[in-house]
Write a protein that binds this ligand. Structure first.
Ligand SMILES: [Zn+2]
Length: 478
């Protein structure tokens, strides 16, 4: 390879006099170059001319090209201890100025975004999108919930020692490589072989716009979908948690939906971004029938895994009402969910113990359930409804139709998120007769502050991951 062959290749790719270009490279990829790294840098400087500016990253595994550029007279190194770049050319000073000041070291106000705003390019020479640092900048500007932060103590160009934390700092694994074909298909990137090196020239502004658009539509757009990639599983979970955290309702899920044993429940909850569980069944046994010590141990083990307990649900009225209330209270569970109509003593004992008490309808029509709740309320005490769409379907009604009668508008404290066909077949959400999408929507219209419980009160063949994803999709499509 000669310098002129490289210059010719860069011109073919579209690089011209006056351009700004950030180069990520592997010298090794070119094969033998006459004149070595100096010739490669000279080739870039010749292609962009005296009016052009060349930048290279000064972090990670420093290539020889980086060192070569840094050592050229007039080179500027950006004053930021993370995401540092070196630049040579008339725009160098302007691109690098105050690099340390913005909240992120890759986004707005950094050389990465500035060069895009000025119509510059990113060139990948013998390396792939994995090395394209500007993609971190796009993640940072999207303020993606899985990003972390990093801190350094350093000396500013003004000689001041500063300790600073940069937000939206990149996490472990990302699937930048999959972004490559998008850039190519949209005409934002050109690729050409120079020597043995596959060289990519990317219009930086187009790349930022494309990334911002895809990221706004799907914050996980740049994560891999390999279920064996623990990094991306965790990062997707952070996105899901963030999504649900923006809602007024609180999200919980049936413990039997989450798993049979507690460690499995914790793992499944964490991956789905679910931070509460409702105890219905544990190890195949009704949670309400667990001994006091066992119940307390389950709650503690969940708490150690970062999972709170929203309530305990009994499917039949507990026969020793006081014992039941006492063990629920002792375990630190805030509330009980009991079947209508036959739970009077358990409800009163739970209320006396300071627990919140909600009833769910079992095979009662809405009129009968409402009448049963009224009788309870007339006897005194603060009781609410855990609205169970599937059971209303089984009683020959539809959830939203029930809600529109106005019977439970004031008393609904929890919405069980489930769906079912009138013949009793449990279906995925919004695939049965429960009008669950309508119920979720109307509840959100009133900023419903209670719990929505995935698979509350029913047994389904779906798993927590699928159901949480379906639930999120329903909301995203509202
Ligand atoms: Zn991954």
């Amino acid at each position: 390879m000669t310098k002129q062959e490289i210059v010719q290749g860069l011109r073919t790719l579209g690089l011209k006099q006056g351009d700004i270009v950030l180069l990520h490279s592997s010298l090794y990829s070119l094969g033998h170059v006459e004149g070595g790294p100096e010739a490669v840098i000279d080739a870039f400087l010749e292609a962009i001319g005296k009016e052009g500016t060349l930048l290279v990253p000064v972090f990670g595994d420093l290539g020889i090209l980086t060192t070569t550029l840094k050592n050229r007279p007039g080179a500027v190194v950006s004053p930021c201890p993370v995401g540092t770049v070196a630049a040579l050319g008339p725009a160098a000073e302007e691109l690098c100025r105050d690099h340390w000041k913005p909240e992120s070291c890759h986004g707005e106000g950094t050389p990465f975004k500035r060069l895009a705003d000025k119509g510059g390019y990113v060139c990948l020479m013998g390396v792939d999108q994995d090395r394209n640092t500007s993609l971190h900048g796009i993640e940072a500007e999207l303020r993606l919930a899985y990003l972390g932060s990093t801190s350094r103590e350093f000396t500013t160009p003004e000689g001041e020692t500063v300790k600073k934390t940069w937000k939206y700092y990149p996490g472990p694994h990302r699937d930048f490589i999959s972004f490559d074909h998008v850039l190519k298909e949209r005409g934002i990137m050109k690729q050409l072989r120079i020597g043995n090196s596959q060289v990519r020239l990317i219009d930086a502004k187009g790349m930022w716009e494309c990334g911002m658009e895809l990221g706004a539509a799907d914050p996980a757009f740049i994560l891999c979908d390999n279920p064996g990639c623990g990094d991306c599983v965790r990062q997707r979970a952070a996105l899901a948690r963030d999504f649900f955290a923006h809602e007024d309702f609180k999200l919980t899920a049936s413990s039997r939906l989450a798993g049979r044993y507690v460690p499995e429940m914790v793992e499944k909850c964490q991956a789905a971004g679910v931070t509460f569980l409702e105890l219905d069944f544990v190890q195949g046994v009704p949670a309400a029938s667990l001994k006091a010590e066992k119940l307390a141990a389950v709650v503690k083990e969940l708490a150690d895994g970062g999972i709170g307990v929203s309530a305990i649900r009994a499917f039949a009225a507990p026969n020793k009402a006081e014992d039941f209330a006492a063990k629920v209270k002792a375990a630190g569970i805030p509330g009980v969910i009991l079947p209508l109509p036959a739970s009077g003593p358990a409800a009163e004992a739970a209320r006396a113990a300071g627990l919140s008490v909600n009833f769910f309808n079992v095979a009662l029509t809405s009129a009968a359930a409402n009448a049963a709740l009224k009788r309870r309320l007339e006897k005194g005490g603060d009781y609410g409804i855990c609205f169970n769409p599937a059971n209303f379907v089984m009683a020959g009604e539809r959830a939203f139709g029930v809600y529109r009668t106005g019977r439970f508008i004031k008393t609904m404290r929890q919405l069980d998120v489930n769906d079912i066909l009138p013949d009793g077949t449990v279906t995925p959400l919004a695939r049965g007769g429960a009008e669950i999408k309508e119920m979720i929507s109307i509840a959100r219209c009133a900023s419903f502050p209670g719990f929505m419980c995935l698979a509350g009160g029913i047994q389904t063949t779906q798993d927590l991951k699928t159901m949480a994803a379906d639930f999120r999709r329903l909301i995203e499509n509202m």
